[in-house]
Design a protein around this ligand. Sequence first.
Ligand code: PHE
Length: 347
Amino acid sequence: MLERLESLRTDALQRVAAATNVDALRALEKEFLGKEGVISEVLAAIPTLPAEERRDTGRGANELKAALLEAIGVRKSELDEALVAALRDSGGFDPTLPPAAPERGGLHPVTQVRREVEAIFASMGYEVLDGPEVELDYYNFQALNVPFDHPSRELQDTFYCDDKHTVVMRTQTSPVQIRAMERLSPPFRVIAPGRVFRNEEQDATHEHTFHQVEGLVVGEDVQVGHLTWTLRRLLNELFGRELEVRLRPGYFPFVEPGFEFDVRCPFCEEGCRVCSNSTWIEFCGCGMVQPCVLEAGFEGRDDVDVGSLTGFAFGFGLDRLVMMRFGIDDIRNLMGGDLRFLEQFPC
Ligand code: PHE
């Protein structure tokens, strides 16, 4: 067997050195080192050999394996180098060409519009805040003056995280209002964009996971006029022109007075799919912050004179803005994770 190994070695090394291309090398590798290759055969035969030959045969086979692997590697680099040299000499090779561009990911359309909104508010002196998506009932409801029997607490709307209902998936970004008041000293202006969750039937305009942008301004002498100016400014920036707006009374437990803020449909004059043929689009809920919400938010703060403060708050859906911006007609596309959809909105 040892002589067999010796002749295998001579034969294999000669043929590797003589190989003229990578395919030939691959074939040799398979022939000698493959699962059913010659060396495997030798190793498999060891138990049938006389006892005194077994050790040397095993060692010899393994040495041959290592020597062959190395020889194949060396020959492969030689062949690769020769290939590049040939290409270079043939004149069709331009070493100054940039490499193929790596495939790059892009920003999700919701991220694109969120950043646009953040930039607009930053230009008005707003700070951008974040808040937890898994939230205490206290912040999501109680501190926002949502009584225990309010319909938004019903199980069909809220994903509760525990049996006692003290932890919820936040149903709105409004809890960040309270968190902002706890942390900041008035006067301040903040927005808080983020994901919110509702236990809803899904259809083209409803998702269990969607996005809102909350706004909160607190200071002395903050008035409704500041609120409407701010929202108009936002819409002007987003749509590039002055759009008609209107305020209607609206009920949200944490604002008083509360409003629905509508904007004239930027896409039509007589009614279209986007505005459900009404020429108006419900843009957001808003209003003046309830005094009891200010009390809750600034509770225990010696540095804050709550009685001297007023504020406004608003909250709008980011997904609809994204859908309007990109002409998307089904909200389920946004969180669906289908790359064929997402790749249509490169940035
Ligand atoms: N959080 C409210 C909602 O989800 C919107 C809102 C925010 C209303 C702030 C008034 C003030 O519907």
